[in-house]
Design a protein around this ligand. Structure first.
Ligand SMILES: NC(=O)c1ccc[n+]([C@@H]2O[C@H](COP(=O)([O-])OP(=O)(O)OC[C@H]3O[C@@H](n4cnc5c(N)ncnc54)[C@H](O)[C@@H]3O)[C@@H](O)[C@H]2O)c1
Length: 271
């Protein structure tokens, strides 16, 4: 069902890799709600065949950009405004990657070149994106910027490795940059802390299957899906949330406030 919540709004959506990607579901949902956007992803990561399908389906153009590269981001933000015919109302940062996770390097034995790379891709890219948007004065007043995060920023999830630290940094950037974006441009900046979700990035985390079913059993409403995350993001891009900013917002079926659930107790109770 569409409510036309984003009619007349324009934006950029980072991070749609394949149809499981949270950004992919979000692009579909934003399109249904009347929003227009440019899709972007890293040239090396991009699976052209797949993202083209999404572009066709949503009537959007694709502008490749490595989100760690300022020149590519500058080109993206300038071109997106040209293509869409004006300043932007929404931006989704849906990017994450840890080389230590990918290569199975244990947290206690980090390769610091990889740590640096993962931090740049997963956290600093959000600062760079906002810096380019800010300097080009590319956002309309009452626009909205959202990045995706995970609760390993607050609590220990051993196999999340250095992504936990990257997410803590990302959430801090949302607050720090969000202050200046709010004060100077009336733009809000928030992070959505999403349940474990079966995507390429998600499944890269060791023990993901146990992790996702544990979270599901702990949450009174069960895990939030990628579609749920897309819908929540639409609400944050809409005019219904104009003064929500500097927040880390949990879209997790209630997991973050649980101690234990009956289902988890049952699994540990001897008959
Ligand atoms: N899947 C989960 O369990 C989960 C849970 C909470 C938060 N998140 C977050 O959601 C976001 C989206 O991840 P996803 O789960 O949809 O997985 P995904 O693998 O589909 O998306 C990650 C995206 O990051 C892109 N990317 C990597 N390096 C890049 C670069 N240098 N420049 C531009 N883009 C780059 C990839 O190409 C990919 O499209 C990430 O921030 C992730 O950490 C995921």
């Amino acid at each position: 069902m569409s409510y036309n919540l984003l009619k007349g709004k324009r934006g950029i959506i980072f991070g749609a890799l394949d149809e499981n990607s949270i950004a992919w579901k979000t692009a579909e949902r934003v399109h249904e709600e009347g929003g227009e956007f440019v899709l972007t992803n890293a040239p090396i990561a991009m699976r052209m065949g797949q993202i083209k399908q999404l572009a066709e389906k949503t009537g959007s153009e694709i502008i490749p950009a490595d989100a760690t590269n300022l020149e590519e981001l500058e080109n993206l933000v300038a071109k997106a405004q040209e293509i869409l015919g004006g300043k932007l109302d929404f931006v989704l940062h849906s990017i994450g990657m840890s080389v230590n996770v990918r290569k199975g390097k244990h947290y206690t034995d980090s390769n610091y070149d990889w740590t640096h790379k993962g931090w740049d891709v997963s956290a600093v890219s959000f600062h760079k994106t906002m810096s380019v948007l800010y300097k080009q004065d590319a956002m309309n007043e009452w626009g909205s910027i959202v990045a995706l995060t995970y609760m390993a920023a607050q609590r220990v999830f051993p196999d999340y490795n250095d992504m936990a630290d990257n997410k803590a940094y990302l959430e801090s950037i949302a607050r720090s940059f969000g202050y200046f974006f709010g004060r100077d441009k009336k733009v809000r900046v928030n992070t959505i802390s999403q349940s474990p979700t079966p995507t390429t990035a998600g499944q890269g985390v060791k023990g993901f299957d146990g992790f996702i079913s544990y979270a599901d059993k702990m949450s009174p409403l069960g895990n939030a899906t990628a579609e749920d995350c897309a819908a929540y993001t639409v609400s944050l891009f809409s005019d219904l949330t104009k003064r929500v900013t500097l927040q880390n917002l949990y879209n997790d079926g209630g997991f973050s406030n649980m101690g234990v659930s009956d289902a988890v107790m049952d699994a540990f109770t001897k008959e």
